[in-house]
Design a protein around this ligand. Structure first.
Ligand SMILES: Nc1ncnc2c1ncn2[C@@H]1O[C@H](COP(=O)(O)OP(=O)(O)O)[C@@H](O)[C@H]1O
Ligand SMILES: [Mg+2]
Length: 276
C-alpha cells in the first residue's frame, strides 16, 4: 500500500547540510499497525511528513496504492491527504472557541467538489465519530473543559471524520499519563481491528511500541525493520550508572570499544505490550 524506496531528505541551515534520511526503504501494507521508534532527531517526524504528503521536498520515491506522490499536483495532493490520511499529533490542535462536535466536523470545511458535505450531514457524521471514540456526551462541550485524554480522543474523532485508510500519529501519547495513554492505545487497536485502518505511529513510549504489531527503527537515517527491532530508549531513561568496582574489569578494552549506540536494549515484541 505504502512503498518508500531510497527516500533521502536533508535540511540546510546556514549553509550547513544536515542529512536526516539517508535512503529509507519501507513497505507498509493495508491494515498494518506499525510503530516507528528512534532517538530524538533521528528523522521520525520528517519521515511521517513525507508519508503523509505534508512534505514533497525529498529524493527517492513514495508510492501509495500504486501512485507516485511526487507526480500528483497540489489539488490531487490535498485530495489524497483529505481522503486517505488522518493525522494525530502530540498537541491536539483543537479550536477552543468551537464545540467538540464542531471541531470534529472541521474536515468538512475543507472538502470541495464531490466530497463537499452539507452542514447538517457534517454534524451528523461528527456525532457518529464522537460515538466511536466514546465521547458522545461531550459533543456540545468546549475543548478546554476536557482532560488531555479526552482532547486526544476528539482529535482522533476529527481524523476519523473522512474515513481515512491510514492514520499517521506523531507521539500521540506524548502529553498523556500512562493510564490515559493506555486507553488511547486500546482505541487505536480497536480502529485497526474493527475498521481495518492502517496505523503508523511514531513513539517513544514503550507501551505503544509494545502494542504495535510491527516495530521499525530509524537509526542513522535508515530503517531497521522486523519484529525483533530494538527499542531505542535513549532519551527518557538514562542507564543507571553502577558504582565503580574495586576489582579491575576482566575485559576493560572490549567494554571501552563498544560504541554507546550499541548498548543492549530490551526486546519488544507485540506480546510485550498490551494484550489486545
Ligand atoms: N524544518 C527544519 N529545518 C531544519 N532542520 C530540521 C527541520 N525539521 C527537522 N530538522 C532537523 O532534522 C532532524 C530530524 O528531525 P525530526 O524529523 O523532527 O526528528 P524526530 O521526529 O525523530 O525527533 C533534526 O536534527 C532536526 O533538528
Ligand atoms: Mg518528532
Amino acid at each position: 500500500m505504502i512503498r518508500l524506496r531510497g527516500v533521502r531528505k536533508s535540511y540546510t541551515t546556514n549553509k550547513v547540510v544536515n542529512e536526516v534520511l539517508k535512503g529509507i526503504d519501507l513497505d507498509i501494507e493495508a491494515g498494518e499497525f506499525v510503530g516507528i521508534v528512534g532517538r530524538s532527531g533521528s528523522g521520525k517526524t520528517t519521515l511521517l511528513n513525507i508519508i503523509g504528503a505534508l512534505d514533497s521536498h525529498y529524493d527517492g520515491s513514495v508510492e501509495v496504492d500504486g501512485k507516485q506522490l511526487r507526480e500528483l499536483d497540489d489539488v490531487e495532493i490535498s485530495a489524497y491527504r483529505n481522503q486517505n490520511i488522518g493525522f494525530i499529533f502530540q498537541s491536539f490542535y483543537l479550536l477552543e472557541h468551537m464545540t467538540c462536535v464542531e471541531n470534529v466536523a472541521l474536515p468538512a470545511v475543507f472538502a470541495r467538489g464531490e466530497s463537499a458535505v452539507p452542514h447538517e450531514a457534517a454534524l451528523a457524521r461528527a456525532r457518529e465519530v464522537m460515538e466511536q471514540v466514546e465521547l458522545s456526551e461531550k459533543c456540545d462541550a468546549l475543548p478546554n473543559t476536557l482532560s488531555g485524554g479526552q482532547k486526544q480522543r476528539i482529535a482522533i474523532a476529527r481524523a476519523l471524520f473522512n474515513r481515512p485508510k491510514v492514520m499517521i500519529c506523531d507521539e500521540p501519547t506524548g502529553n498523556l499519563d500512562v493510564a490515559t495513554a493506555q486507553s488511547i492505545v486500546a482505541l487505536f487497536h480497536r480502529l485497526n481491528q474493527e475498521q481495518d485502518i492502517t496505523l503508523v505511529i511514531v513513539t517513544h513510549d514503550r507501551l505503544i511500541a509494545g502494542a504495535c504489531k510491527r516495530v521499525v527503527h530509524i537509526t542513522d537515517g535508515r530503517i531497521v525493520d522486523g519484529s525483533g527491532a530494538l527499542f531505542d530508549a535513549a532519551e527518557p531513561e538514562p542507564e543507571p550508572q553502577p558504582e565503580p568496582e574495586p576489582e579491575p574489569e576482566p575485559e576493560p578494552r572490549a567494554r571501552a570499544e563498544r560504541p554507546l549506540d550499541d548498548q543492549p536494549e530490551p526486546r519488544l515484541t507485540s506480546e510485550a505490550g498490551l494484550s489486545a
